[in-house]
Structures are given as structure tokens and as C-alpha cells.
Unconditional design. Structure first.
Length: 235
């Protein structure tokens, strides 16, 4: 068996045993995953790279497919290994005797939002709706919308998604019923939104967070609709 480790920081599916003092690692759950990758098969091993993306044409892979592939492989195959570089490149090989597959990120396309609380940090966002209307949302409102986008949908229904671009802009879509029109929203950071005013007495959102309709209508902590919701908020 070859013993040369993959370059970069090892990606682990779970924390190792207590008292582990081996090489540094990053958990798969914490790995920054880009929206798109270019796949490159490397040489150097006794065996060819492991097959990836069966049925997908071309060498450009969605980041969610790369993430699923790593999750399945690292959790089920003892000999496989993966690593990540500071520039976001991911390498994977099925065993130490296999050649590696390299995934090079498209840095302009942004990263998947996997940890909203850590990734969405600006006090407010100007949100542009699919039809062109714009509203000012607080960070809290955007975080709640991302919860909706990241929920599993019924089988064969379009999944929701959320991406963060390099400038902090967030693009998101709730997914859902397959007959609905595209619902991509764009949220641009606003560093000085001004005074949001007092929160709503019913649901505790700011008045500007009472948005124009489903799926973003505000709800109280008991999951009942807010009685103060207005189709056209003042702000």
C-alpha cells in the first residue's frame, strides 16, 4: 500500500476517538462547499480514480453532488480518504492505491449556505423578489427564510436552496410545488439599515419583516399566523 497522504487538511465524517492527537482535520459537516466544481482525474495510483457522478455529462459538478458523494463514501468505506486545501480544492481517493479525483471550485459562484447563523451576519438585507419588488429584511427575517429553503421537500418536488456569493449577497429559493414559477430571491447586505422601530407585539418581527406573502409570512412562536401581518408594510 502507498503511504503518501493526500495534500491539504484531512476531511473526516465524524470526530475521532477521545484523546486523538493525530494530524489536523476538518469535519465534513463544517466543510465549506462551493456551488460548482470542476472535476479533474489525477494520475499516480495503481488503480484509476473511483467513478463519480454516474449519468452526469461533462466535468462540472454541483457542489451538493460533491457533498453527497463525500458523505456516502467517507461514512461507508473505511479505506477512502479526502482532503481540502486553503483555496477550496477538494481531493478524494478510494484507497491509498487509487489515483485521486480533484474538485476545483468555481469561486465566483459562491458557497452553499450550510450554517446560516455563521454565514449570514449583516444586520439587514435588501431583498429583491422574482417579480422585481424589493423589501428591507432584518437578519432575523432572512435566517427564518433560509430555514424554509433548507427544509426537505416531498419526493420529486424541487428542493429549496441558498447560496452566498463572495460579496456576501445571498441568493435563495424555497423550492416546493413543481408547478410554481421560479422563486429565486436575492438579498444584498445593508450595513446601515437605519431604525427598524419597535418589534411587532404579536410575532416579535420588525414591521419590515411582515413580507408580501407565502412562504415568508411571519408566524408567532406558537406557529400561529401573526394577526398584525399586512400585505404592504409601511417600511
Amino acid at each position: 500500500m502507498h503511504s503518501i497522504p493526500l495534500p491539504g487538511t484531512r476531511i473526516r465524517p465524524t470526530d475521532p476517538f477521545p484523546g486523538y492527537d493525530g494530524p489536523a482535520y476538518v469535519l465534513l459537516a463544517d466543510l465549506p462547499v462551493h456551488v460548482r466544481y470542476r472535476r479533474v482525474n489525477e494520475d499516480g495510483g495503481t488503480f484509476p480514480p473511483a467513478p463519480f457522478g454516474q449519468g452526469l455529462a461533462g466535468s462540472t459538478e454541483p457542489g451538493r453532488h460533491v457533498l453527497n458523494f463525500l458523505s456516502i463514501s467517507l461514512n461507508r468505506m473505511f479505506a477512502c480518504e479526502a482532503s481540502t486545501m486553503d483555496d477550496g480544492v477538494i481531493r478524494y481517493r478510494q484507497s491509498a492505491r487509487h489515483s485521486a479525483t480533484r474538485f476545483e471550485p468555481d469561486r465566483c459562484a459562491g458557497v452553499l449556505i450550510r450554517h446560516p447563523e455563521q454565514q449570514v451576519t449583516t444586520p439587514a438585507y435588501m431583498v429583491t423578489f422574482p417579480g422585481g419588488d424589493r423589501e428591507l429584511w432584518s437578519r432575523y427575517a432572512l435566517l427564518r427564510a433560509l430555514e424554509i429553503c433548507r427544509r426537505p421537500t416531498p419526493v420529486d418536488w424541487p428542493d429549496g436552496w441558498a447560496h452566498q456569493l463572495p460579496d456576501g449577497t445571498v441568493q435563495f429559493d424555497s423550492g416546493g410545488d413543481p408547478w410554481a414559477a421560479p422563486r429565486q430571491h436575492t438579498a444584498v447586505p445593508v450595513t446601515d439599515p437605519g431604525d427598524f422601530g419597535p418589534p411587532c407585539a404579536d410575532c416579535q418581527h420588525f414591521a419590515s419583516d411582515h413580507t408580501t406573502g407565502p412562504p415568508w409570512a411571519r408566524y408567532r412562536q406558537d406557529k400561529q399566523p401573526c394577526t398584525q401581518w399586512r400585505a404592504h408594510p409601511n417600511r
